[in-house]
Design a protein around this ligand. Structure first.
Ligand code: 3PY
Length: 251
């Protein structure tokens, strides 16, 4: 289960991933054989329920780390995703220090936090409970999102919260919160992203970002971002299908 994902993230290695939005385990099974460093399983948007996470994580079969974006930055979805075997969580819409502190508490066992102890897939159904409980605080990655202008305004304080492993920028939600829906390259959205980048770099805090294509995220690799999320499963399929058809329909 432990892929050293958190360690690699804290070392600010470049970790290439993509978004899994489909609950069909075959999709994640295919993606986990493609050479990604990790997968971003998106249980915030789309059809994912907790019961869909289990077959998806089983299909990956420990091949690569799966980090779950939980439907809300709340205790129960965080606990369930981690118990099912996520290597970490991405907490959406974490705009205040209080929200970020709460997310860290939900992810960590006592004494660092208040994560409940249960028999689950993460602890090999209880057979590895002692080992899992003893190591999870060191191996589970806690990633919070900067995806609202309020979060950007609070970023200096957010990066000081003990136990946060990375800040993940959501350019689309951020642009929407600034009245620039989808305009991820609008100058004031770029300024906001640059501000988060500068504050995180000064605090030695790993950064992540999403883009719909390789071209969209490439500049962030060059800027030292660690968590790179390029594309979405269904969108990649759609683009590949359209490209193929346009080649076939030429002339
Ligand atoms: C955003 O761009 O808003 C995201 O959260 C990426 O999924």
């Amino acid at each position: 289960m432990n892929h050293d994902f958190r360690k690699r993230l804290r070392e600010r290695q470049t970790l290439l991933g993509t978004i899994v939005s489909s609950t069909d385990p075959a999709i994640v099974e295919v993606l986990s054989e493609c050479g990604f460093d990790w997968l971003f399983v998106d249980a915030e948007h789309g059809p994912f329920e907790t019961t869909d996470l289990l077959p998806v994580l089983r299909a990956v079969d420990h091949r690569i780390p799966c980090v779950v974006r939980v439907p809300a930055s709340e205790e129960i979805p965080i606990k369930k995703a981690l118990d099912i075997g996520a290597s970490g969580i991405i907490a959406p819409q974490t705009n205040t220090v209080e929200q970020v502190e709460a997310v860290v508490r939900y992810c960590r066992y006592s004494p660092q936090g208040c994560r409940g102890v249960g028999i689950s897939r993460a602890s090999t159904y209880g057979m590895g409970l002692t080992e899992y409980v003893g190591s999870a605080n060191d191996s589970v990655a806690v990633i919070v999102q900067a995806e609202h202008i309020e979060g950007v305004e609070n970023i200096e304080e957010i990066v000081k919260v003990e136990g946060v492993d990375a800040i993940f920028i959501g350019p689309y939600d951020l642009s929407a919160s600034m009245g620039k829906m989808g305009e991820v390259t609008a100058p004031d959205v770029v300024d906001a992203i640059n501000h988060v980048t500068n504050v995180c770099n000064a605090a030695n805090m790993p950064l992540g970002i999403f883009g719909v294509s390789a071209d969209a995220v490439k500049p962030y690799i060059d800027r030292g971002y660690s968590l790179i999320v390029s594309g979405v499963d269904v969108l990649m399929m759609a683009y590949a299908a359209k490209d193929m058809l346009s080649m076939l329909r030429v002339g």
